[in-house]
Design a binder for this molecule. Structure first.
Ligand code: 9MR
Ligand code: ZN
Length: 566
């Protein structure tokens, strides 16, 4: 069913279902009598009149209703004359979490996607030619592999590294939440499939390292391809200059990989560690941060950044966790302390282009340890400190990081509670890829609950996942292939070019964005459409409906956590 074809329901739910371990939350937009009954017709919840209040982000009058914990089964929700069914089952999130991992398999580059794994989405190998170094055209290399970053066919080291890290930590912390039957080429090799899939990217990241230890920032053409299949995209690809952020993110995720894969493949574990150490040597020789700038002829994703303090901190703590060498601990502590100087923040702000400044307006000095995205990886460093290094991190890397993490993460739940949909976004947080903030907030609430034992947070962790699957102002599931009213036209080249109606499954959309919006989107939606509804399920809308590997991965993390509760 196309999302545009059906009416929005006054009952909003997670369209694929709920788990019996946590309270079931739904949203209603009608004051009329609300009843919920089980499959035998017993009423399990009722309210004669529902009190609605204004949800600022969407402009809807809505009420988030907790039905409490419900045993497995099918339930019928009735509000006035609208009816909707929901399912509660222990494995409700198993399939979707697996599909989000498999979504990355479909992004694999340089490999023929065979029908036995890819079904109707099979296609020949793409981007198999040698690429050229941008700065020195005499250097040609064969750098096959990696995942296409998003709806485009570029491959970028920093975003790839954070994606891998989300997956490796999902496996590390919730191994039984990661479905192992993905039907990918490596399935059945004795290694969990989430690690098999992550290794596809790690092998590519290793190939992006130069002899001096640094990493190229990206491997892309000089322009985005039109909507053609990847195997038809034959224009030359370039290795764009090395950068601090790419190098440090690569070091961090390779160092993390060294610990995760140690028991499965010792050689690989050693290889990733020595690549990471070699990368760190380059950082030591080139300590002065230089922001990456795409050459003016190159119009693919920039992934520019105005500070590498967070990347360097993350790299240092991962290397410390691997080696217990005090030099890394000291490096991490120094960065962490220096970042608390308000002048440091001011310096970063000064370097930013004007459009970024408002986002940093209310930033507190210090590394924001609740951020896990490509631009700010401080939170990935914090996970390493809190759950890998642990108390031996001492005063700074354990006590202080923990205190800062708890301080910064405690208010997320307040935002959720004021939202009519239980969503953790304030009105001004609907930016490009807002799903990243939704899922990052879920991650923060998971860590907060692991550290404090506060289980109340878990209902709201669940609501961030519910948001992705239909509990939202658009009554839409943002994950391809899941939900009755789901996105059908993501900005994703293969989905647009393959002639198949259903988009490639298991990909999550960036979602509503009222900040850096395309003129066409503005024209269509006008000034008055509220932020939570600033969304177009239309292929050209990269600004609201693109998919990206690093949006899938925090959803994998959250899904794996919820799925591990069974
Ligand atoms: O995820 C990126 C988002 O934070 C930026 O606001 C946006 C615009 O610069 O770019 C996003 O990244 C895109 C990248 O530049 C190219 N590949 C597709 C990415 C997802 O839209
Ligand atoms: Zn490719």
């Amino acid at each position: 069913m196309n999302s545009k074809e059906s009416q929005l329901s006054v009952i909003r739910t997670n369209q694929i279902g709920y788990i019996p371990q946590l309270p079931v939350d739904i949203t209603v937009l009608s004051e009329e009598k609300l009843t919920v009954s089980d499959s035998k017709g017993n009423i399990v919840f009722s309210k004669d009149r529902v009190e609605l209040s204004l949800d600022e982000a969407s402009g809807d009058n809505a009420a988030l209703i907790s039905l409490g914990v419900l045993p497995e089964g099918e339930y019928t929700i009735v509000s006035g004359d609208t009816e909707k069914k929901i399912k509660v089952s222990a494995d409700a999130y198993d399939e979707v979490t697996g599909a989000l991992i498999k979504g990355l398999y479909y992004q694999r580059c340089g490999l023929k996607l065979e029908e036995k794994y890819a079904g109707i989405y099979a296609h020949p190998a793409c981007h198999t030619a040698e690429c050229t170094e941008w700065e020195d055209r005499s250097v040609k290399k064969l750098v096959l592999g990696g995942w296409h970053d998003a709806g485009d066919y570029g491959k970028y080291v920093g975003p790839g590294a954070v994606t891998v890290a989300h997956m490796l930590y999902a496996y590390r912390l919730f191994p039984n939440g990661c479905t192992d039957k993905l039907n990918i080429p490596e399935s059945g090799n004795g290694v969990p499939d989430i690690l098999n899939e992550a290794r596809w990217e790690l092998e590519w990241i290793l190939k992006m390292q130069k002899d001096d230890g640094s990493f190229y920032h990206k491997l892309t053409k000089d322009h985005f391809a039109p909507f053609i299949m990847p195997e038809d995209d034959k224009d030359p690809e370039y290795l764009l200059p090395v950068s601090h952020c790419a190098t440090e993110a690569a070091i961090a995720c390779l160092a993390l990989a060294s610990r995760i894969y140690r028991t499965f493949d010792k050689d690989f574990s050693e290889k990733t560690l020595s690549a990471a150490l070699k990368g760190w040597e380059w950082v030591e020789k080139n300590p002065e941060f230089k922001p990456f700038m795409s050459p003016k002829e190159v119009r693919t994703g920039m992934y520019g950044d105005w500070s590498d303090k967070d990347e360097r901190f993350w790299a240092a703590v991962e290397l410390y966790a691997d080696t217990l060498d005090e030099k890394f601990k000291k490096a991490a502590e120094d960065i962490y302390a220096a970042a608390k100087d308000p002048e440091e923040l001011e310096k970063i702000r000064e370097k930013m282009p004007p459009f970024m400044k408002p986002i940093f307006q209310n930033r507190k000095p210090g590394l924001d340890v609740t951020q896990y995205g490509w631009m700010d990886v401080s939170g990935l460093g914090a996970i390493c400190c809190l759950f890998e290094i642990g108390e031996k991190g001492g005063k700074v890397l354990y006590d202080e990081v923990k205190k800062d993490f708890l301080d910064r993460s405690k208010s997320i739940i307040d935002t959720c509670k004021t939202s009519g949909y239980g969503t953790s976004l304030k009105s001004d947080q609907y930016v490009w890829g807002s799903i990243l903030t939704v899922m990052s907030n879920a991650m923060s609430m998971i860590f907060n609950s692991m550290l404090t034992g506060n289980r109340d947070l878990l209902e709201y962790v669940n609501n961030q996942f519910n948001y992705a699957l239909g509990l939202n102002a658009l009554d839409i599931s943002f994950i391809t292939g899941f939900g009755e009213r789901r996105i059908m036209n993501p900005h994703h080249r293969p989905s647009g070019a393959d002639g198949i109606e259903e988009p490639v499954p298991g990909l999550i959309s960036g979602g509503p964005n009222k900040r850096m919006t395309y003129p066409e989107t503005k024209e269509l939606l006008g000034e008055d459409t509220p932020p939570a509804k600033y969304f177009r399920d239309q292929t050209p809308s990269a600004d609201t409906n693109e998919i990206a590997i690093y949006w899938n991965s925090p959803a994998i993390f959250t899904g794996a956590f919820l799925n591990s509760l069974k």
